[in-house]
Ligand binder design. Sequence first.
Ligand SMILES: [Zn+2]
Length: 135
Amino acid sequence: MGLKGTKIASIFGMTCPRCQESKLFEDSNPYNFSKIFDMPERCDKCGQKFEVEPGFYYGAMYVSYGISIAYLVSVFVAMLVLYPEFTTTEYLVIGISTLLLLTPVFFRVARVVWINFFVNFDPKAIEKWSEQKKA
Ligand SMILES: [Zn+2]
């Protein structure tokens, strides 16, 4: 695919935003709750730090909030169109329970989106890192 080097590739692949070679999370399954927060300290291919600064991922909460609202609005519109007989309470029960089920996925997507705001793709990142290690 021609997506290498784009933010989309990093976000959907959950890969390092700088080299897009290594995974951002230690376990690719977001429902493995014992490892949900576990990220390598830095990328083993290009050396990019994943915790860019202390508390870096607090900002991902804003992204997570945006994703959750967008999800609830989508569910609401879909139910309005497909099942107009549903009540507001039924909508809330379905919307919020599915949102809770999807929270681990949204949590990770929010982190990937957040780090992609600040770290750009660098096609020479891996070369630079291996030279830096030699020096
Ligand atoms: Zn990398």
